[in-house]
Structures are given as C-alpha cells and as structure tokens.
Design a protein around this ligand. Structure first.
Ligand code: PLP
Length: 337
C-alpha cells in the first residue's frame, strides 16, 4: 500500500522519460495519508453548513467540526484546560488572527527571531514593533540571546518563535525558552507549522498555530490554540447592547431637551446640552469603530473614557431636571404649608 496518496504517480523528466514522482517539498505541503483521504471521501456526502442549519446533515457536519476542534486541542495536549482551538485556513491566518486578538498598539513590542517564516514576522510588523533575536554563525541561537531580547525595555507583549525552522529544520530549545519568557511575564506563541507533524507540541506555550496541509491532510485547515479568555469572540453581544443603550439614551435626551430648558437655569442647560452633544458624537465614533470590525476589546482607552463621559452626561441630563422638578414641588408645598 502507498504511504501517501499519489506515491505511485509518474512525471515526465527533462530527458522525456516518465519516472516515478518524488516530492521533495513536503515542508511546504505534504501529500495526503490514505486513511485521511478515505475519511474525507466518506464524509463528503454529509458535508453541509456548520452551526447554521437545523437539518440532520447540518447537525452532523457541525458535530464533526466540533470533534475536529477537540482533536486539535488534544494534539496540543490541552484537554481538560480552558484553552480553545480556533479553526483557520492555515498557520498564516492563525497568526494573523492572534495579532488581531491581542489588540496590540503601534508601540508595543513583539520579540521574534531571524529564523522565522514570513507568517510569523509580517503580522507583528503590521500591528507592533518587532525586536529580533539574532542568530550566531551556525544559524542558531542560545536561550541567552532570547532572554537578553526579552529583558530590554519596553517589556515585550509577546514572544513569537518558531517550533522548527522551515529552512534548516533546526529546533530551538523551546521548553527552556518558554520558561524564561514566563519568568519575565511574557506569553509565548509557538509557530508549530513545521513541528506539529513530527514532534509533541510544547505543553507550556500559551499559543500554538499550525497547518493541516503540512501534516498529511488534504485541502488544508489550520488552527490557533490558546486561552479561551483571549481568543473567544469578544462580547459582540455586549457591543450590540451598548449601541442600543446609545440609541435609547440619545432619543430620551432629545425628548427631554425642551423640558430641560424650562426647568434648569439657561446656562446650565446650554452647558449640559453642549457636553451631551459632544459625548453623543464620541459615542457614535465608538459605534463607527466597532462596526469597522473592532470589538470592544480592540477599542483604545480614550474610547472607553468617552463612553464613561457619555453615560455620565446622559444620566445627568435626564436626572437633573427630575431632581429640580422634585425640589420645585417640595418648595411649593413648603410655601403652601
Ligand atoms: C515555519 C512555518 N511557519 C508558517 C508557515 C506558513 O504556513 P501556511 O502556508 O500553512 O500558512 C510555514 C509554511 O511553510 C512554515 O514553514
């Protein structure tokens, strides 16, 4: 039996002779294992929408998808932990996803190394500053080189390091490096694209990313494994509820505006009106940022601050008239008595 699907293929050589094809590019994409190809074939008739249908096929496909998620987590040794596996298209997408989830700021630092694949370099350059661990003349580095990069100021937000070089096959001393990073309070992403098909994954890495198409699975899927608290879809629901609060309070405020003008001193009413307007504008800005694809977790501090200003002003514009009215009623009662 063939070890991989396609092992018996032949290809025309430069001398025109057909010879058995030997793929030397398995680090880029492997052939499929016959057992995996058979399972895919078996499943295809049941292929259906995931998490989007009530039909039998859809339920079955959803179950299979969730089983795959558990299998990814198990491969990473994360059973019984609060880690989750997010299924992506490949390692590149998984690392980009993490870069987005971490809500990095432009001046944040990510320590990475000069032996990385582009997939573990470009996302960090797009979202933050990269600080590199350099190689020595053998094309490798020691733990000390990593710790001295970790120890420089400002303290890095992440160490993003490969599990095995895609160029030389060198495997860095990951366990020691992860311990050193954790001692300094720095979480670690291991780009496991080249290591996942061959070796157990480092149990203490905070994040792991790898690809199915490099480990004998046809068509390819990738995964990002990490703590649920960071990776779970941030409260889109709470963003939506927040937007509803913005709308309801703004409508209430405009309904109360004429009443407010009557019962408060003219200056106070003008001031509250101006602050109310400004804060509504800021709230709408938050709404625009959120609808732009940023979740609340990705919003910057000043947006949070503007949310608080907006809420306080809105409450004040609604409560002050009520308090004044109540005081007026009490004063009239006192006069009558
Ligand atoms: C070490 C390493 N990281 C990341 C990648 C990117 O993987 P993918 O193309 O599956 O996104 C590769 C691909 O060769 C790789 O070797």
């Amino acid at each position: 039996m063939n070890e991989l699907v396609g092992d018996d293929l032949t290809a025309p050589c430069v001398d025109g002779v057909e010879r058995r094809y030997l793929s030397l590019d398995a680090a880029a994409s492997t052939g499929a294992l016959p057992a995996v190809a058979a399972r895919v074939q078996e499943f295809l008739p049941w292929y259906s929408s995931i998490h989007r249908g009530a039909g039998w096929k859809s339920q079955l496909a959803t179950g299979a998808y969730e089983d795959a998620r558990s299998a990814f987590a198990a491969h990473a040794g994360r059973e019984g932990t609060d880690d989750i596996a997010i299924i992506c298209r490949n390692t590149t997408e998984a690392i980009n996803h993490l870069a987005y989830r971490l809500a990095l700021r432009p001046d944040d630092v990510v320590v990475t190394t000069v032996v990385e694949h582009h997939a573990n370099l470009l996302p960090w350059g797009r979202h933050a500053q990269r600080r590199y661990v350099e190689c020595d003349t053998t094309g490798t580095f020691e733990v000390d080189a990593v710790t001295s990069a970790l120890d420089r100021d400002p303290r890095p937000r992440l160490l993003a390091i490969t599990g095995a070089s895609n160029v030389t096959g060198w495997v860095p001393p990951l366990d020691e490096i992860i311990i050193a990073a954790h001692d300094r309070g720095v979480p670690v992403l291991v780009d496991a694209a080249q290591v996942a098909p061959h070796r157990p994954l480092p149990p203490d890495a905070d994040y792991l990313a790898w690809s199915g198409h490099k480990m004998y699975a046809p068509f390819g899927a990738g995964v990002l494994v990490g703590p649920r608290a960071v990776l779970e879809d941030m409260e889109i629901a709470s963003v939506t509820s927040f937007l509803w609060v913005v709308v309801i309070f703004t409508v209430l405020q405009s309904l109360f505006a004429p009443f407010l003008a009557k019962v408060t001193a003219r200056n106070a009413s003008a001031l509250l009106g101006a602050v109310g307007l400004l804060s509504t504008f800021l709230a709408l800005l938050i709404a625009a940022t959120v609808s732009d694809g940023l979740t609340i977790s990705g919003a910057s501090t000043w947006l949070y601050a503007s949310l608080i200003v907006w809420l306080v002003t809105m409450l004040a514009t609604l409560l002050i008239p009520l308090i004044l009215v109540k005081m007026g009623v009490q004063a009239a009662r006192d006069r009558r008595d």
